[in-house]
Design a protein around this ligand. Structure first.
Ligand code: MGD
Ligand code: MGD
Ligand code: MO
Length: 706
């Protein structure tokens, strides 16, 4: 054995009793779940490493994944079902058996359903997402449309923009493109496989434009051109670039004539966004706007990765996203090599190159006659496209306490701190007749529950996964569930069974559900389970670029829609069919002169979950506020000073980090901290009327040293 192995200390083998078992890290977004080697001794994980055989992460683990052992063994892991004995929020519970827990939940939900109606029960899911297809169906089989998720603030607004403009989701054909627009993307912190692919493509000569107000490893290492718009002004920037393209005739006219609807109205609209006007609205110099248009013109192909969170966490987020997408449409980079490629929906919000029956599974029990889901009235486009609850309206629905208010909430992985002005959610919890929470940890949300159900981590369960390129994998548990914890999917199935819902498939359990969804695959789920590592499915029909153009674009007009006919046909919603631009909302510019971005990703945090994990916390010990060097000087602030941030809702104190990566006039703060919860001072009425997404990234504030 060589010295390196000795230095690691934890050596697998008969002598040490350590065995390596493959599993998956689910800390992150499902599309990225990396393979993990769990070093297991006596049923306990003593170490984790990246799994070399995993085609996706190839042995690497990110900062977050490296903290997995400390994460799953967090001291506040819940190990048995619990019944509340103290006040809501107090955190006093008594262990109970699974039988008692399931029976209590079932009795309570059924009695609310018979006394009021099924609509008075809501089902919610935060992270993780692997069980969502079953939870949605559970809600439907129970009889309510009130199923909602954390995606009320994540990803979906971008998907909605895709559905409106092109009828379906699209992905970048990065390996073949000439020019890559990384719009609000820093893979080095939030999506490292993207950073890897970008590095590779740069080596073969791909050009890169990055649009990001900040300096990041992506802007510094990979950008040929870096545009730095003010937060939330992306729509104006996209329109100004489009304006230059159109004025110069640098567009694909034949493609537009044949495949694009609404071009003349769009052209008329963007004509006001001259480079000078673009500069005024976004802060990006007119010269750079022209330069971006030139680069697009000079490139034989272009694709755009517009990240949903930074683009859509604004009052005008979805429209900004559509404005960026319009650049693809007018240059003809749709369903073309090196451009944006339409995706086949696969599984778990992923587009992995084969089709499945997940959408059918999720919606075949949809209670059509039920009351439209919460938020349907306020966010009609959301409801039209998503057919579920816009969870940003949930707290208000409960607090209204009228005849339509939810009485019982069934929450999986719910973290009340994800919402703006999140105290309202706590108040809502207090009003509920019944609240059941399923989680790994005794969080501040869970403390409000009447019944608590212990969920297990990804290392303690088996899970079906798929990855780009028709790769599939069925993981095996690396260790037994801690205490009496169960996987969420088993809990859902047990609840359906206990309530005697008329849904034999759901009651039959996870494997049966996955088999139903994947019934067209050349292998059965049982056969897929035999492989220890991910492998490529043979004989699965794959998408051929150009097929969508040939077979028909999935919008109402069969064309790519610059002006949305869904919105044209619903004038009563009061939403603009064109991707119109609106400034971020500042309640009082004199009082709140600084732009506040709450949530730009840090490598060692994921929302609320890793702040209590020692390795992760050691990398940034206190809730911090990043500001420009110019503002630090102007406000007399130095590194480590306590700085008070004031918004129209309230104030909080953070540690100052003056940084050359930040533009003057902008403040960056990460969210999810128990001690300094930035969402508690963000305005919950500042929402995007198209998607219902909160404006986490374009709030306004003032600061002072304390
Ligand atoms: N200010 C601000 N707020 C934001 C954002 C932002 O950028 N800025 N981003 C928004 C976005 S994009 C997102 S995705 C949301 C994320 O919001 P959340 O999903 O609320 O975030 P987490 O803190 O990860 O909380 C997830 C909860 O799920 C639990 N959990 C983890 N794994 C499992 C599991 O397998 N089963 C069960 N039952 N529970 C589990 C965790 O313990 C935790 O309590 O936050 C949104 N809120
Ligand atoms: N380490 C880590 N990784 C994560 C997460 C995490 O919490 N931590 N969360 C996961 C989740 S739930 C999500 S949704 C994704 C989100 O992932 P991303 O969207 O990739 O992450 P962000 O860091 O929020 O945004 C990327 C870049 O956008 C810039 N940006 C911020 N506001 C704006 C804006 O208004 N316009 C433009 N053009 N750029 C802007 C930021 O400076 C940042 O460098 O990340 C996932 N990955
Ligand atoms: Mo997210």
């Amino acid at each position: 054995m060589n010295n390196i192995d000795y230095s690691k200390g934890k050596i697998p083998g008969a002598q040490s009793g350590i065995e390596i078992r493959h599993s998956v890290c689910d800390i992150c977004t499902p599309g990225m779940h990396c393979g993990v080697d769990c070093y297991v001794k006596d049923g306990v994980i003593v170490k984790v490493e990246g799994m070399k055989e995993h085609p996706f992460n190839k042995g690497k683990l990110c900062t977050k994944g490296s903290g997995n052992r400390q994460y799953i063994y967090r001291e506040d892991r819940i190990k048995t079902p619990l019944k509340r004995v103290g006040e809501r929020g107090e955190g006093r519970f008594e262990p109970i058996s699974w039988e008692e827990a399931l029976k209590t939940v079932s009795d309570k939900l059924l009695s609310i359903r018979s006394e009021y109606s099924a609509d008075h029960v809501a089902f919610f899911s935060g992270y993780s997402k692997y069980y969502r297809f079953m939870l949605r169906r559970l809600a439907h089989s129970f009889g309510t449309q009130n199923y909602g998720t954390e995606s009320s603030s994540c990803f979906t607004a971008g998907l909605m923009a895709n559905k409106v403009n092109t009828g379906q989701a699209m992905l970048q054909n990065l390996p073949n493109t000439d020019l890559f627009l990384a719009w609000g993307q820093n893979g080095y912190f939030s999506r490292y496989p993207l950073a890897n692919s970008m590095e590779k493509a740069k080596e073969r000569g791909m050009k890169v434009i990055v649009v990001d107000p900040r300096l990041t490893p992506t802007t510094m290492r990979l950008a040929d051109l870096h545009l730095r718009p003010h937060l939330g002004t992306d729509g104006a920037l996209a329109h100004a670039i489009a304006n230059v393209l159109i004025q110069n005739g640098w567009i694909d006219r034949p493609f537009i004539d044949e495949h694009v609807y609404g071009f003349e109205a769009y052209k008329e609209y963007v004509s006001r966004f001259t480079p000078q006007e673009g500069e005024r609205l976004t802060g990006v110099p007119a010269e750079q706007i022209r330069k971006a248009a030139e680069l697009i013109h000079e490139s034989s192909s272009m694709c755009i990765a517009e990240s949903s969170a930074p683009i859509c966490h604004h009052r005008n987020g979805m429209q900004n996203y559509r404005a960026i997408m319009a650049l693809t449409l007018i240059t003809g980079n749709f369903d073309r090599k090196g451009g944006q490629i339409p995706q086949t929906y696969t599984f778990m919000e992923s587009y992995k190159g084969f089709s499945s029956y997940e959408e059918e599974f999720m919606d075949e029990k949809f209670p059509e006659e039920g009351r439209p889901a919460i938020g349907a009235d306020r966010f009609p486009l959301w409801y039209y496209l998503q057919k579920d609850m816009q969870a940003n309206d949930l707290a208000d629905n409960i607090l209204r306490a009228d005849e339509h208010s939810v009485k019982a909430l069934v929450a999986f992985g719910m973290n009340y701190r994800m919402f703006p002005q999140d105290e309202k959610m706590l108040e809502a919890f207090r009003k509920l007749d019944f609240f059941v929470a399923t989680d790994l940890f005794m969080t501040d949300t869970v403390k409000y529950a009447d019944i608590v159900l212990p969920a297990c981590s990804s290392f303690e369960r088996g899970e079906f996964k798929c990855y780009p390129g028709q790769l599939v994998w069925y993981t095996r548990p690396a260790i037994a569930p801690l205490g009496e914890a169960k996987s969420d999917v088993d809990i859902i199935s047990l609840l359906a069974t206990e309530m005697k819902l008329d849904d034999p498939l759901l009651c039959a359990g996870y494997e049966a559900c996955v088999q139903y969804i994947m019934r067209d695959l050349p292998l059965t789920i049982k056969q897929i389970q035999e492989a220890e590592v991910p492998f490529k499915l043979q004989g699965v029909p794959t998408y051929v670029i150009g097929d969508t153009i040939k077979e028909g674009i999935k919008t109402p007009t069969g064309k790519l829609e610059l002006s949305s006919t869904i919105l044209e046909n619903h004038p009563e919603w009061g939403l603009d069919p064109l991707p119109t631009y609106k400034e971020p909302y500042n309640p009082d510019p004199a009082k709140y002169p600084l732009r506040l971005c709450a949530g730009t990703r840090i490598p060692n945090g994921i929302h609320s979950r890793l702040h209590d994990v020692p390795w992760e916390r050691s990398l940034l010990q206190e809730p911090s506020l990043e500001m420009s060097m110019e503002d630090a000087q102007k406000y007399g602030i130095e590194l480590g000073d306590d700085v008070q941030v004031t918004t129209n809702i309230g104030c909080l104190v953070f540690k100052a980090i003056p940084s050359a990566t930040v533009l003057e006039g902008e403040i960056f703060i990460y969210h999810g901290y128990r001690e300094q919860d930035i969402n508690s001072i963000l305005d919950s009425s500042n929402l995007d009327p198209y998607s219902g997404f909160p404006a986490y990234r374009s709030a306004f504030c003032n600061i002072r040293r304390v």
